[in-house]
Design a protein around this ligand. Sequence first.
Ligand SMILES: C[S@@+](CC[C@H](N)C(=O)[O-])C[C@H]1O[C@@H](n2cnc3c(N)ncnc32)[C@H](O)[C@@H]1O
Length: 433
Amino acid sequence: MTPAARLSAAIDLIAAIDAQRIPAAKALKEWGTAHRYAGSGDRSAIAGVVWDVLRRRASCAYLMEADTPRARVLGMLKLERGMTAEAIAALCDGSRFAPEPLSDAEHAALSTRTLDGAPPHVAGDYPEWLDGALAEMFGEARVAEAAAMASRAPLDLRVNTLKASRDKELASLAHLGAKLAPWSPWGLRIELPADARNPGVQAEPDFIKGAVEVQDEGSQLAALLSAARPGEQVIDLCAGAGGKTLALAAMMQGKGRLIATDGDKRQLAPIHERLSRAGVHNAEVRAPKGDADPLADIKGSADLVLVDAPCTGTGTWRRNPDAKWRMRPGALEIRLKDQAEVLARAARLVKPGGRIAYITCSVLAPENTGQVQAFTAAHPEFAVVPPAEVAAALWDKAELFLAAAWISPEGLLMTPRRTGTDGFFVSVLKRQG
Ligand SMILES: C[S@@+](CC[C@H](N)C(=O)[O-])C[C@H]1O[C@@H](n2cnc3c(N)ncnc32)[C@H](O)[C@@H]1O
């Protein structure tokens, strides 16, 4: 397919996503199945346009003064890809399979309009109803923070130290452009250009033998900051597919007891294969059975309970731009209730002197600092470990990290703008002895 034909296909796909209200990933998959003639390069390029438009939907429409699939794609080429009006006009020449030529109004918008004067939710590309919540957290910086949350994310890998060293994997994955990630001692990063093909990490021998996992660096750091140690009893209460369980297992070096559970047994399904690939032998997966509590035998004995809480996921908008526009006001209230419940459950499991690591991938204050304040008020036996102490897990990078992250008395918040990671909040709550 020509670049112009790919653009036409992306415009059609965005129109279909709008009309059918289906997730972009599903629409892209269906498109691939229905257009077998398109090669993998075509599919990647088309997907790149669709995701970039979704990330910057509001600002692209504002630039073009029109909120149509075509206008958003044209606006994205200017704002995100830095193309000139002339270069865009050359792509849209109306030839077979190419988008229609630019109208005078489109050409003028692409030549002269900017985002100057755009309201914060447009300049930062987020739903208008979330402006108050983002202002509460970031104040005037919300546009810059949200704009970073609307940028493309790199592909981050975590080296599994049960099986390999970071230096060895750095060399072994050099052909994918892997570099050291900035913060995590286990992290590698692959920067992906706009229409890069999927590097196929899952087909790499190093992945297959369990030496590396795909994991955002913020998620790696959240696990690291929990400071799980060999020999401890550690419970991962919201283990899901096991991203953090695997990191905890590596930190424990096969020593101690690691229990992974989740409120929803279906979420746990991939964890078994992942634990086995990673060579983890000290983990026990406890899937819930009916109404019975899978942790009924545990009371006040855990050194560490990791609560990777269900949340609005606002910190992962870089990777899930679709979710940003589909989020509805009621979602926050539901999550707040879930989080309070899981925290209360965690409190019963921790031994005196033990700790809870409370983690969300949200940047919204009620899910983070607000939740911690409510928890410590209801559970005076727990106190927040000062963020400076928590960051010590990062050794020589602790000071720089503390300067980069948003620090509050309740914990640390990583954001794409400040730490170059997804948005993750971490609070460590210690039960007094
Ligand atoms: C952020 S995800 C976990 C991601 C996972 N820890 C990882 O690193 O891959 C949150 C998980 O919490 C689970 N969850 C929701 N409500 C829960 C509850 N009341 N008790 C335990 N788990 C719950 C969800 O099923 C979901 O798997």
